[in-house]
Design a protein around this ligand. Structure first.
Ligand code: GSH
Length: 199
């Protein structure tokens, strides 16, 4: 098995989808969490100067979703057919487009709060409605078994619900999907043991 080293801050953030995929597949990896204070020193040594990065036997892969897609393919969680794979990618990108609306790095707390409130109140309902329609009465977002799209929904909605706990109350099917993901034994064990962080 390759030697895997995942480098990110001590946050769920953009690395958590890959941590879910490692947990589910049972592949051993180094969950390397760097201190924010050390980042300026480390940044110049990282290709493209952003994290997360995943080292696979010394080869450095950047971009969180490229990393996660690679791990999903390796673990059979990318979708069972090319069409399912495209649909899983599309759902991940749709959720990610939404997550990228938030000014995560904004330092001014008033500006940050106003932007978060606006997005959660005015923009989230459309995404939730569309995701709920897409899921329908199926168990999983794509195909007949769990994919990384379900994991991404769980990871991102965990952060969104921490910001607005009643966000998805009108969408019990989306909440039930979270429950199904979190009930997968390997995911349940990871959630139990992972470092408790705000994001
Ligand atoms: N699209 C990239 C991905 O998904 O990996 C975004 C990477 C990114 O912006 N990472 C942030 C970062 O490295 C942390 S979430 N921030 C430190 C910096 O830009 O100096």
């Amino acid at each position: 098995m390759p030697h895997y080293k995942l480098t990110y801050f001590n946050l769920r953030g953009r690395a958590e989808i890959s941590r879910y995929l490692f947990a589910y597949s049972g592949k051993k990896y180094e969950d390397h969490r760097i201190e924010v204070a050390d980042w300026p020193k480390i940044k110049p040594t990282i290709p493209f100067h952003k994290i997360p990065v995943l080292e696979v036997d010394g080869v450095i892969i950047h971009q969180s979703l490229a990393i996660a897609r690679y791990l999903a393919r390796e673990s059979g969680l990318a979708g069972q057919t090319p069409v399912e794979q495209a649909l899983a990618d599309a759902i991940v990108d749709t959720i990610d487009d939404f997550m990228m609306l938030f000014p995560w790095a904004e330092k001014n707390q008033d500006v940050r709060k106003q932007a978060f409130d606006d997005i959660l109140t005015n923009k989230a309902p459309e995404l939730l409605k569309d995701l709920d329609t897409f899921l329908g009465d199926n168990n999983w977002l794509v195909g007949k078994s769990v994919t990384w799209a379900d994991f991404y929904w769980d990871v991102c909605s965990t952060t969104l619900l921490a910001c607005k706990p009643d966000l998805a109350d009108s969408y019990p099917r989306l909440l039930a999907l979270r429950d199904r993901v979190q009930a997968l034994p390997a995911i349940a064990a990871w959630i139990q043991k992972r470092p408790k962080t705000i994001m």
